[in-house]
Design a protein around this ligand. Structure first.
Ligand SMILES: NC(=O)c1ccc[n+]([C@@H]2O[C@H](COP(=O)([O-])OP(=O)(O)OC[C@H]3O[C@@H](n4cnc5c(N)ncnc54)[C@H](O)[C@@H]3O)[C@@H](O)[C@H]2O)c1
Length: 439
């Protein structure tokens, strides 16, 4: 099937590559010429495990091409997948400008009648809004209306290819324009994916995505509050979570305390849910609390640093291990590690940081920050070290060597990922989140 994927970001590039792997003839359309130049040079603009190889394979097969607007990507696809960004605006709503721009572009350039799939995460009502806008413009050109489907993407960066090829579910939200011919195109598009299909109305499909991310964020904030109670009471959050996770109704996913959730999805989707509910005169009290608890995590870590050092942070040297919002990605959007870096800088701290994949990105946006390549260089002469992203190579650091290189003794485990005994055995002071020493 001829498919166009619009927007080659973290989601779109994986989507285009994986659809080619499924046997479709795919054109990826991107407005950012520097991303296209990177792709043309045979590189990829992001770090995503397995993507470089898969992309090279699919390009070599001839089923995957990339183009900008000067190309003919939108001329006659049977399906168009919109994968552009929907960042938060100042009010917490999802900014739909990129999505609406694509709708205008499709109306202007497409010369056939494809089905449109909105893969971007959008608030309730967006699919219908895009459909009306697009079809109004099409009708002025004498073209028949085309259906737009809400088809949210659930992939996780770091496991994006696997998630795309083995989705937990395919959610499709339709409007009244969807007919059996349009649905049969969707059938063909996803024919080789083995996943339960949830066919619903567009509004419900939109909400599935927003609600799923807000629910995951809720688990993180809940466990972070529990961790604070553990710190205050002497209970150990690891044991509390282990005891809860064995209950199949609860499970252990998204239950690790730490410096907070980040990334391009959870924070913005929680805010979007709150803002959308506000448009309907409703208050999302739980989602608001989730957001509030999350915002308190970085200040909590600053407090741990101050308490551990026993003095103001000003003038100290602190090493931050990890800058991406989680391991296996170079995505630093709303990364709590960067919030921490910025806050430490504001307090006059000499900050040094490292990250195996995100270093380049951070050097470009924070030229004032000392970003070194190796974690052992970062910890050298540091008064305190914070593990901010649990990259396996950082978790496995030799604590004896770390102790030998540091000036101070304090290790703050912002992801509860380190072996606290190994830290203590090296003569260092371990401080985790909700893991009191028991002294
Ligand atoms: N990142 C994730 O893990 C993830 C997972 C599931 C869903 N989502 C959702 O998917 C959407 C995309 O997320 P992302 O992380 O890939 O965003 P992104 O910002 O990495 O990528 C968006 C891309 O679209 C391009 N673009 C913008 N306007 C365009 C236009 N008019 N024509 C062509 N290209 C255009 C941008 O240049 C950029 O390359 C968002 O709504 C997000 O919430 C993201």
């Amino acid at each position: 099937m001829r498919v166009t994927v619009v927007g080659l970001g973290y989601v779109g590039l994986v989507t285009a590559t994986c659809l080619a792997r499924l046997g479709h003839d795919v054109v990826g359309l991107e407005s950012d010429s520097s991303k296209l130049a990177t792709l043309d040079a045979g590189d990829i603009p992001y770090f995503e495990p397995g993507l470089a190889n898969e992309l090279a394979t699919q390009r070599a097969s001839g089923r995957l091409r990339f183009t900008g607007y000067e190309g003919s990507a939108l001329q006659a696809p049977e399906a168009i997948l919109i994968c552009v960004g929907t960042p938060s605006d100042a009010t917490g709503h999802a900014d739909l400008q990129f999505v609406l721009d694509v709708a205008d572009l499709i109306a202007m350039t497409v010369i056939n009648d494809p089905v449109i799939l909105l893969r971007s995460t959008v608030p309730i009502g967006t699919t219908r809004r895009v459909e009306s806008r697009l079809n109004e413009a099409r009708s002025s050109k004498g073209r028949p209306p085309v259906p737009v489907f809400a088809n949210p993407e659930f992939l996780r960066t770091g496991r994006a290819i696997e998630d795309f090829l083995r989705p937990t579910r395919i959610v499709i939200g339709q409007t009244k324009l969807a007919d059996s011919a349009a649905l049969s195109i969707l059938d063909r598009l996803y024919a080789s994916l083995d996943a339960p299909l949830i066919l619903t109305d567009a509004e419900s499909a939109e909400l599935v995505k927003n609600a799923s991310n807000a629910f995951l964020a809720m688990r993180v904030s809940f466990v972070n509050e529990l961790a604070a109670l553990c710190d205050a009471s002497g209970a150990n959050v690891d044991d509390v979570v282990a005891g809860m996770a064995d209950d199949p109704r609860i499970g252990g996913q998204f239950m690790r305390p730490g410096i907070g959730y980040g990334g391009s999805c959870l924070p913005k989707d929680v805010r979007s849910l709150i803002a959308t509910a506000g448009d309907y005169g409703l208050e999302m009290r739980i989602a608001s609390a989730v957001d509030q608890v999350n915002r308190a995590q970085v200040p909590h870590v600053l407090g741990l640093l101050e308490a551990g050092l026993g003095r103001s942070l000003k003038g100290g040297r602190i090493a931050i291990l990890g800058l991406a919002f989680k391991p296996d990605t170079d995505d630093t959007r709303e990364s709590p590690a960067l919030l921490l870096v910025d806050e430490l800088r504001n307090r006059g701290v000499d900050v040094v940081a490292c990250d195996p994949e995100a270093a380049k990105r951070v050097r470009a946006t924070r030229p004032w920050l000392e970003v070194v390549d190796a974690p052992m260089r970062a910890v050298t002469s540091a008064d305190a070290v914070v593990l901010a992203t649990e990259w396996p190579s950082y978790v496995a650091l030799d604590m004896e060597a770390v102790a030998g290189a540091m000036r101070g003794r304090l290790i703050v485990d912002g992801r509860n990922a380190l072996d606290r005994q190994a830290v203590a055995d090296a003569g260092l002071t371990y401080v985790g989140i909700g893991r009191p020493t028991g002294d």
